[in-house]
Design a protein around this ligand. Sequence first.
Ligand SMILES: [Zn+2]
Length: 280
Amino acid sequence: MFNLKNEAKRFLSYHVGCNSRLMLWHDPWINHQPLVSLLSNDIVSLSDSFNLAPICSIISNRAWKPSSSNHVLVMELRRLLQGVRIFSRDEVLWNGNAKASIPVIWDSCRRIGIRPPWFDAVWHSWHIPKCSFIFWLMLQNRLLTRDKLLNFGLNVDPSCVLCRSQPESNVHIGSECLFTSMVLKSCPVPVSFSWNEWQAGFFTRGRTSRVKSQFAWLYVGVVLYLIWRERNNRIHHNGGSCHVDSLIVSVKRMVREKASTLASLKKEISRDPTLVTFLY
Ligand SMILES: [Zn+2]
């Protein structure tokens, strides 16, 4: 955050009030720089002022009253002040907006990338953050699966602990593993098992309404979260293997719990009562 200080400066601007307590020489209220930087430190003594003077010390009756010296620096100060309006009170603005918020500030500073085709499937309005986080990592091949550990030079069994038949990787766990596909088949909306289709943003099969697509995205996100948790339990906690049927029960319970908090889904169910069957 500290390193962003200089980056942030260009978005800050100041409204100077007639009784302004902003620092005349050291706050960057003109051209994003302190006057001592724009005009040198000499401007303080040349203006018969003092180091920590407030801006109101050169305002009288809502008008600028700087020193009348004919020194070139003071003349430059008078020229700079001609373009500065005096407001009723001090305000620091972000990007011209007095109501700055963290999202506004973040969007101003960050480099905005191109959204991948699967963005909506992961970060839709019904998403469960912890599920979408795992979903997001998996689609970018970032979950620390055994193929990666082998690449790091670690001596680990390469096989998937869920199906015990194929090497473990993000692609395998997400869309190739027999265990995952058996759980995913329980989704009331038919979903694709093709990694390439997922990467292209297609998670459902055939024509699907937006509501049903969103339900499928929620369902797939929950499945992948619980599959990853089951995988970790088997490896790290010597947990007893959870059967596919038990996992499906957990998926449906989690989806129902989320659905019970979604006013928009309740509205959709009132329009199409058959959606209720999706939850059981
Ligand atoms: Zn597997």
